[in-house]
Write a protein that binds this ligand. Structure first.
Ligand code: PLP
Length: 446
């Protein structure tokens, strides 16, 4: 039983936060006010806030006070058991990059926006796909940072890579079209395919990438309209295709007249990757990426580069659906792109990912792990006779949420494996949390 005044107060405030009685962002009483209100010492009030902070429920900002934390790890949008994560769960199933300085970056930008000459322009409707000067900024960034040459008219601003995929599919494919995908692929594309009625055709994976001969054979057997690929930092396996593999992939797409959907959401993490598919086969590649994995997943800013011949259809779909992004978002994001913030942040995340991955490798050494050294996630294969479900249930009981292989599998049988995201938790939690994961797995009788 919890009887100390501190524990009682922690439990009460935690309850109020979890039940929504105290809303995210609400300012909490000062330590002194809390002490007076509940008849406890100021030191006890400080202990209460320290415990709530370590539970991830509140956040203290120097000189400003203590606030109820907005909790991205609460996956209110999902249904199902795994989604009912408590506020204190460590969520390794999503990668929401959080980094020191994120709040300051936003604060500075909001001040900059507030003092800009024509503030009302932020309330103006944008043309479908974005304002030309902002599309130009993104086109210049793609040339500089990714080696992709495209006119501003081929670049469309979207609400994250997921919407980019949706727009591409709706503009360029039809229900029942067959799309080749990796046997393990990004779950968001699977969901989209289901909603849009696409027929996904799995291509077996070799350790270093898709089996391209199997892909070629598949394209010879049946009409494949598109190939969905993540050539640089594949989610979940982390592979980076060589120049030779990319050339072969482009050649297969050309020979069988397939559209290439290149998802580059995590590509920025790999230093010196070979050229993007969009440079090898620009006439048939839709290249999609966002700032979700480098700057912030809640910013909702992404971009799609399409072949010139597809721009009209893409624009029509955008016009018929979301029309344009909010100008506040595009102004902030393109200013960060233009003033070098995004490039700096990408560099920072590359070294942060390497650091996190090295810790993870160390903690999980001897286990069957597949990951790129600069990846923000890893693929942990479980011993054959270990049931994935039992492991995830045991991990959930310890307050750790992970993704199961079945979310990624496009084949009937999913391998027994887990994907662990390393971006959402503070770096200092990686060692203890992965140590717990290891402990749980090793406790199961094999
Ligand atoms: C491979 C891949 N593509 C697309 C997305 C969607 O990203 P966004 O948040 O930019 O919509 C994700 C997000 O996890 C991803 O992993």
């Amino acid at each position: 039983m919890t009887t100390s005044p501190v524990s009682l107060l922690v439990a009460k405030l935690a309850d109020d936060i979890r039940s929504g009685k105290l809303l995210p962002g609400a300012r909490l009483p000062t330590h002194r006010q809390l002490a007076v209100r509940h008849g406890v010492a100021v030191a006890s009030a400080s202990k209460v806030y320290a415990q709530l902070t370590s539970m991830g429920l509140v956040i203290g900002e120097t000189g400003r006070g203590t606030f109820v934390r907005d909790r991205p790890q609460q996956r209110e949008w999902d249904s199902g058991d795994e989604a009912r994560l408590s506020a204190s769960t460590v969520d390794l199933s999503f990668n929401h990059p959080t980094w020191p300085g994120q709040a300051d970056l936003l604060r500075t930008m909001l001040r900059e926006l507030a003092s800009c000459g024509d503030l009302a322009a932020l309330l103006h409707q944008q043309p479908p796909g974005g304002r030309r000067h902002e599309r130009r900024i993104v086109a210049a960034f793609l040339a500089r940072a990714r080696g992709i040459r495209a006119e501003a008219e081929q670049v469309f601003l979207v609400n994250g890579a997921q919407q980019g995929l949706d727009i591409a599919v709706r503009a360029l494919l039809r229900p029942h079209d067959a799309v080749a995908v990796d046997a393990l692929t990004y779950p968001g594309f699977k969901m989209l395919a289901e909603i849009q009625g696409l027929a996904l055709q799995p291509v077996p994976g070799a350790p270093e990438g898709p089996d391209l001969e199997a892909l070629d054979a598949l394209c010879r057997r049946q009409r494949i309209r598109a190939i969905y690929a993540m050539p640089t930092l594949h989610n979940p396996l982390g592979w980076v295709l060589t120049a030779g593999q990319r050339g072969r992939l482009a050649e297969i797409a050309r020979r069988h007249d397939c559209l290439l959907i290149e998802d580059a959401s995590y590509a920025y993490l790999a230093d010196n990757a070979p050229p993007a598919l969009a440079t090898l086969a620009p006439e048939r590649t839709v290249h999609i990426s966002s700032l979700s994995k480098s700057v912030a997943s809640g910013l909702r800013f992404g971009f799609v580069v399409v072949p010139e011949t597809c721009a009209g259809r893409v624009k029509a779909v955008i016009r018929a659906s979301y029309w344009s992004l909010p100008s506040v978002v595009t102004t902030m994001a393109t200013r960060w792109v233009a003033n070098g913030t995004v490039a700096r942040q990408e560099k920072l995340m590359r070294s942060e990912a390497r650091r996190r991955q090295a810790i993870a490798r160390d903690v999980l050494s001897g286990m069957d792990v597949a990951a790129h050294p600069a990846s923000l996630f890893l693929w942990l294969r479980l011993p054959e006779d270990l049931r994935m479900d039992r492991v995830t249930t045991a991990l959930a009981a310890c307050g750790i949420a992970v993704s199961k292989a079945e979310a990624y599998a496009t084949t009937r049988h999913a391998p027994h494996a887990l994907r662990l995201g390393l971006a959402s938790m503070p770096a200092e939690r990686i060692r203890p949390v992965l140590g717990q994961v290891r402990g749980v797995i090793e406790r199961f009788p094999v």
